[in-house]
Design a protein around this ligand. Structure first.
Ligand SMILES: Cc1cc2nc3c(=O)[nH]c(=O)nc-3n(C[C@H](O)[C@H](O)[C@H](O)COP(=O)(O)OP(=O)(O)OC[C@H]3O[C@@H](n4cnc5c(N)ncnc54)[C@H](O)[C@@H]3O)c2cc1C
Length: 280
């Protein structure tokens, strides 16, 4: 759609270019920014030309740039891609979770190929598929602050409410750090939507680390990510009760709070069974 209040459009190619003038807004893929009126915005600063590799290996895992597209992230799960060596694929057992979570997004061709992981997290919808993935993998967001510094915050803590996060004015998501420990985990993901192709009503990710620690994260059903962490496999009854006791299940046209609570408990039970099977 046309944004009638916007008077300027510039590309950022360096960190200095990310300093926002009053009324300017960061644009990544632009898929959300161009989908509804943003009348408070006077100018866009397009970050698609920032010289950031979509992703890179690090000493402790994998770093994904904010400008990596959802399509490029999902492609890392493809066992036939040459992104990783066979040894890395064997070691990083969590890689299939990338595509599983990306497909939880209700995405046509444009969103799949143009929307970025940073844009998805920054939008901070409860049904944010990339938020589900990153929260499930204990991922830390690297935030560039307007004074030239940076801060780190777990993605699960960055998102505060449906469409609300803790980014301050002028802060930019630079990247997401996925720790080696999480990449080596056994994982599972289950989701449900009221309509076959509808937005997710609940997404549950599960992770069993090599030291047996288990992390189950509820997203889409709750206003913000709700991780449940256990030193070892919880009993199905304990997990069920912990899910039922979570705050923040909400009602909207895509599902009632009670339905979201009930299906999340059921999905969590299935995730737990998956994690048990994997090592049986
Ligand atoms: C038809 C439709 C269906 C959708 N369905 C879903 C769905 O099921 N689940 C879901 O989660 N989302 C859904 N979305 C929204 C989707 O998440 C966003 O369109 C997309 O993820 C945004 O990515 P983008 O790169 O295009 O961001 P943009 O549209 O460019 O930006 C989105 C917001 O993030 C900010 N931003 C972008 N990058 C950064 C950064 N690096 N640092 C700081 N701020 C930044 C922008 O300023 C803007 O406020 C849907 C959107 C549409 C149009």
């Amino acid at each position: 759609m046309d944004q009638h209040t916007v008077r300027s459009y510039r590309f950022a190619t360096s960190r200095a270019d990310l300093a926002l003038a009053p009324g300017e807004r960061i644009m990544a893929g632009g898929t959300w920014l161009m989908s509804e009126p943003v009348i408070e915005v006077r100018g866009f600063v397009d970050i698609s030309r920032m010289p950031w590799q979509p992703w890179e290996r690090t000493a402790d895992g994998l770093t994904v740039s904010a400008t990596c597209t959802i399509a490029d992230l999902a492609a890392l799960s493809n066992p036939d891609s040459d992104a990783f060596t066979p040894a890395e694929r064997e070691r990083w057992t969590a890689l299939p979770l990338f595509a599983q979570c990306c497909h939880a997004l209700l995405a046509g061709w444009k969103i799949w190929n143009v929307a970025t992981v940073g844009g998805n997290v920054a939008r901070s919808f409860a049904a944010g598929a990339i938020t589900s993935l990153f929260a499930g993998l204990d991922t830390v967001a690297v935030v560039w602050t307007p004074d030239g510094g940076e801060r780190r915050i777990p993605v699960a803590d960055l998102v505060l409410d449906n469409g609300v996060n803790s980014l301050a004015d002028g802060e930019v998501l630079r990247a997401f750090e996925i720790p080696e420990r999480a990449l080596r985990a056994r994982t599972s993901m289950r989701k449900i939507a009221l309509a076959q192709l509808g937005r997710s009503g609940s997404v549950v990710t599960g992770r069993r680390d090599q030291d047996d620690r288990v992390t189950v994260v509820i997203t889409a059903a709750t206003l913000r990510p709700r991780p449940l962490v256990y030193p070892s496999m919880p009993t199905p009854a304990d997990l069920r009760q912990d899910v039922l006791d979570l705050p923040d299940f909400y009602t909207d046209p895509l599902g009632t709070a009670d339905w979201r609570r009930g299906v999340s408990a059921e999905l969590a039970a299935r995730v737990l069974a998956d994690l048990q099977e994997e090592t049986a």
